[in-house]
Structures are given as C-alpha cells and as structure tokens.
Design a protein around this ligand. Structure first.
Ligand SMILES: Cc1cc2nc3c(=O)[nH]c(=O)nc-3n(C[C@H](O)[C@H](O)[C@H](O)COP(=O)(O)O)c2cc1C
Length: 184
C-alpha cells in the first residue's frame, strides 16, 4: 500500500475509543458510497465495532447485502465535507466524485479506503441480527491503515444539530492506570 502504512489491528481501537464522527464506506457492484456516522461503539479490542445505521440510508441496504465496509476516520480538515456527506444520499449522487474523495483499493474487503482520511479500518459484518430492530451492525476490523504523513491529526465529535467538538490537548495519565491482567 503506497499511501498508508499498515498498523496493528490491536491498535485500531485508539481511533474509535473517543467516539469521533466517522465515514462509513460501502460498495455495491463496484460503486463506492460513503455516509457520515456518529453512532458507533467499540465492543472489543480486536476491534469489534457496533454501528447504528438508519434503514432510510442507502448504506443500510448495501451493508446488509454485502456485509463489508471501511471505517474511514476523518480529521478536522474534512469536517465540512463530513457534514455534507451526511446530508445527501448515495442513491442520488456519486459522493466520491461530488466531494472530490479518492478511493484506494483495500486489501481484504471490496469497499475502498479513503485517501483523505487519517485512518481506514477494513471491516466485515459479523452480526446483523439487531439490524432490523435497532439498525445495529456489529463488525470486526480485519485490516487497519494509518496516514503517518498527516500533520494535523485532530479528529472531531458530533454533539448534535450540526455542532462539533474538535479534539484538544492529549494528556498522558498512564501512571494512574490499573493493570488488568487480561489486557497485558
Ligand atoms: C454529523 C452527522 C452524523 C450522522 N450520524 C449518523 C448515524 O450515526 N447513523 C445514521 O444512520 N446516520 C447518520 N447520519 C446521517 C447519514 O450520514 C445520512 O443519512 C446520509 O445521507 C446517508 O447516506 P447514504 O444514503 O448514501 O447511505 C449522520 C449525519 C451527520 C451529518
């Protein structure tokens, strides 16, 4: 992979743990699509990630059918585009073309990576049993990519009604952490 360096899957949770707004890339018949998603949850370190998609989203049907996606983690430079991506549908437009996004071939799944993102996590859906009831798709990350060259690595959180909190200072409190044996 020319643009991204691979990083350990076991580190992928660092990008999800703070709950940043993410871009969920799917593809159907070779055509990629992307939606904005703030309702994600980290379920395990593997990583296992839960994402809630509305059945009204074009991506919902695609994900149900193809069971594959890429979670692209945007930085603050993509904030405005992230809002725009979440306010139109792939049923009507080609969002990669409309928002000048670059699709890079992923290694394991069919949906592409997004070159403009800080990190890309290739995922397969492992449980869609609550998709009808809650829109919940549980997926496992199978490959993870990171853009080491990005200088401003701040992600952002959606807090509703078009407002966002951009990441601030990083504080290291490792000295206060309890060491749980199962995680060492
Ligand atoms: C900041 C933001 C956060 C969003 N979070 C979610 C979400 O968690 N789940 C969801 O189903 N839709 C969410 N949306 C809406 C979808 O991104 C939107 O419906 C999108 O147009 C769906 O695209 P698609 O039809 O191409 O799949 C969000 C939109 C924005 C702007």
């Amino acid at each position: 992979m020319e643009h991204f360096s691979e990083f350990p899957l076991s580190d992928a949770f660092h990008f999800i743990e703070p709950g940043p707004a993410i871009l969920l890339v799917t593809s159907q018949d070779g055509k990629p699509n992307v939606m904005t998603l703030s309702w994600s949850v980290l379920i395990d370190f593997d990583p296992i990630i839960g994402c809630v998609l509305s059945p009204g989203d074009f991506s919902y049907e695609t994900l149900k059918k193809t069971k594959e996606c890429v979670i692209a983690v945007p930085c603050v430079d993509l904030l405005e585009k992230t809002v725009q991506i979440g306010n139109c549908s792939g049923a009507a437009i080609d969002k990669f073309a409309a928002f000048d996004l670059t699709a890079l071939t992923a290694e394991v799944v069919k949906p592409p990576l997004m070159k403009e993102a800080l990190a890309n996590i290739e995922c397969v859906v492992i449980d869609a049993s609550l998709a009808n009831k809650y829109g919940l798709f549980v997926m496992r990350g199978v490959k993870a990519w990171f853009d080491r060259k990005k200088t401003d690595k701040r992600t952002f959180h959606a807090v509703g009604d078009g407002t966002f909190i951009v990441d601030g200072e990083t504080i290291n409190l490792k000295r206060l952490m309890t060491k749980w044996e199962q995680f060492i």
